[in-house]
Design a protein. Structure first.
Length: 152
């Protein structure tokens, strides 16, 4: 089969080798945050080491799957529409905050494989993801041995 549905010769997705980008299973999150997550996924894919991939899924899928929760994860969207962001809100330190309207959370001191980027609105969420991608993505990926240039 080919065309809009893809081809049978595409490589199988192997979640154990993935970075997971999580959006809320809420209509606002699907409409506003999912496109942001897809853009971040492409930036992550461009930096990944061979044999790795990135995928976008909803918080419901992620929180109900033990295997996914062990993987390096980036949450996109505010706690009001993303259960993972709500869970991480008081568990991860803030590494970037603008007037409590644009927040990037991550822990680079411990082995927590998660980061959370969100804002009070779509523009602020875009800004949080941009800050994460430009300032913290390499460190996040290096910490989890995901960077292409880390291969030897």
């Amino acid at each position: 089969m080919s065309g809009v549905w893809g081809t049978d010769d595409q490589a199988a997705f192997e979640p154990e080798n993935a970075v997971i980008i999580v959006v809320g299973a809420h209509l606002d999150a699907e409409r506003e945050d999912r496109p942001i997550a897809y853009a971040l996924r492409e930036r992550v894919r461009a930096r990944l080491s061979r044999g790795r991939d990135a995928a976008v899924c909803t918080d419901v899928w992620y929180l109900n799957n033990d295997n996914l929760r062990a993987l390096p994860t980036i949450s996109i969207g505010p706690p009001r529409v993303n259960a993972l962001a709500a869970y991480l809100a008081d568990r991860l330190p803030s590494v970037f905050v603008v007037d409590d309207r644009c927040i990037v959370q991550a822990d680079f001191e411990h082995d927590e494989p998660a980061a959370s980027c969100w804002g009070v609105g779509t523009r602020q969420t875009i800004a949080a993801v941009e800050v994460f991608a430009s300032r913290f993505l390499d460190e996040f990926m290096r910490r989890h041995a995901l960077l292409a240039d880390a291969e030897g």
